[in-house]
Design a protein around this ligand. Structure first.
Ligand SMILES: NC(=O)C1=CN([C@@H]2O[C@H](COP(=O)(O)OP(=O)(O)OC[C@H]3O[C@@H](n4cnc5c(N)ncnc54)[C@H](OP(=O)(O)O)[C@@H]3O)[C@@H](O)[C@H]2O)C=CC1
Ligand SMILES: O=C(O)[C@@H]1CCC=N1
Length: 280
C-alpha cells in the first residue's frame, strides 16, 4: 500500500461477482497482498476466475476462516443478501461491514448481522479501471477511523462522496450506480446512427466514445454550468440546434428523468422486498 496510508487489514468478500472483482482488482493493484483477501462465492467458475486472476482464497461457503477479516464487503445481489447474511454472520461479529447491494437498508443489515458497524456503498463498474464513482453512507455506530478505512478501500477504485441520509443512496444508485448503462445505451444509439449515415462501426464507435470522454472531461474541469457548455456547441441555425430541438420536441430530457425515477423507485422497492422482516 502507499506510504501515507495505514496497511489494510484482512478483508473478506461475500459474493465474488462483477462488483467484488472490480474492488478486489483495485486493492491488488494498490499492493494489498492476495493472501489478505478471502472470498465466499458459491459459483465454481467465479471462484476459479478469482483465484486465477488475483490469487485470492475463494471458498464455496462461509467458514470460521472469515473471522480473521476486519472488514467484510457484502457484494451479493439484494435478492440473496439475507440468506448470505444468515450463513456468514456467525463468523463476522468482529468486523466492520461494507455493503454494495442496491436498496438493502442498513436497518435490515443491522438486524441480520447483529451489528451497528455498517457502511453502505454504491459503486459503479468504471471501478474496474480505477475510474469509479462511489456514494457512501455510514450508520451512526461507525467511527471516524472506520470511515477512513472504507475510504482507503474505495479509493483503490476511483472517487467517492458521502451522503448524510441513507435514502439519498437510492438517488446515487439511480445516477451513478446504474449510470454507466445509460452511457452505453446512448453510445449504442450514436454508433448505430453513425453506421446508418455511412461510417464504419469502428469509426462510429471511435467518434462516439471519444466524444463522451472529451465532453465529460471538459465538464469535470470547467467552471461554467453545463448549459453554458452546451450553448457553446450550439451555433444559431446550425446542426446542433437542429438536433437539440428534435430532442426537445420529443421530450427526451423529461423521458430520461423518468427513467432515473424508475431506477430510484426500484432501489426503494428492492429494500422493501428483500430487506423486510419476513426475509430476515
Ligand atoms: N453491477 C453493477 O454495476 C453494480 C452492482 N451493485 C451491487 O453489487 C451487488 C453485486 O452485484 P454484481 O457483482 O453485479 O452481481 P453478481 O451476480 O456478478 O455477483 C454476486 C455473486 O454473489 C454470489 N452469491 C449468491 N449467493 C451467495 C451467498 N449466499 N454467499 C456468497 N455469495 C453468493 C453469486 O453467485 P451465483 O451466481 O452462484 O448466485 C454471484 O456470483 C448487487 O447487490 C448490486 O446491487 C452496485 C453497484 C453497481
Ligand atoms: O442494476 C442494479 O440493480 C445494480 C445496482 C446499480 C447497478 N447495477
Amino acid at each position: 500500500m502507499t506510504d501515507s496510508a495505514s496497511p489494510l487489514p484482512p478483508i473478506a468478500f461475500i459474493g465474488g461477482g462483477n462488483m467484488a472483482s472490480a474492488i478486489i482488482g483495485g486493492l491488488i493493484r494498490q499492493g494489498l497482498p492476495a493472501g489478505q483477501i478471502e472470498v465466499v462465492e458459491p459459483f465454481e467458475a467465479a471462484r476459479d476466475a478469482l483465484r486465477q486472476q488475483f490469487g485470492v482464497t475463494a471458498q464455496p461457503a462461509a467458514t470460521a476462516a472469515l473471522a480473521r477479516a476486519r472488514l467484510v464487503v457484502w457484494a451479493v445481489k439484494p435478492q440473496t443478501f439475507s440468506e448470505a447474511a444468515r450463513q456468514a454472520a456467525p463468523h463476522t461479529a468482529g468486523a466492520l461491514h461494507l455493503s454494495v447491494a442496491a436498496g438493502i437498508r442498513s436497518d435490515s443489515m443491522a438486524r441480520w448481522l447483529g451489528s451497528e458497524r455498517i457502511v453502505r456503498a454504491m459503486p459503479n463498474t468504471p471501478a474496474l479501471i480505477g475510474q469509479g464513482m462511489t456514494g457512501l453512507y455510514a450508520r451512526a455506530g461507525v467511527t471516524p477511523a472506520e470511515r477512513a478505512l472504507v475510504e482507503q478501500v474505495v479509493a483503490t477504485t476511483g472517487a467517492h462522496l458521502w451522503v448524510e441520509q441513507e435514502s439519498q443512496l437510492d438517488a446515487v444508485t439511480a445516477l451513478s450506480g446504474s449510470g454507466p448503462a445509460y452511457v452505453f445505451y446512448f453510445l449504442e444509439a450514436m454508433v448505430q446512427a453513425g453506421v446508418d449515415m455511412g461510417l464504419t462501426q469502428e469509426q462510429a464507435q471511435q467518434l462516439s466514445v471519444g466524444t463522451f470522454v472529451g465532453a465529460s472531461e471538459l465538464a469535470r474541469r470547467a467552471d461554467e454550468p453545463l448549459d453554458v457548455l452546451r450553448q457553446r456547441v450550439t451555433s444559431k441555425g446550425g446542426t446542433t440546434h437542429a438536433a437539440i430541438q428534435s430532442m426537445e420536441d420529443d421530450e427526451v430530457a423529461q423521458r430520461f428523468m423518468r427513467a432515473l425515477d424508475a431506477a430510484e423507485h426500484r432501489a426503494r422497492e428492492l429494500g422493501e422486498e428483500f430487506g423486510g422482516a419476513a426475509s430476515g
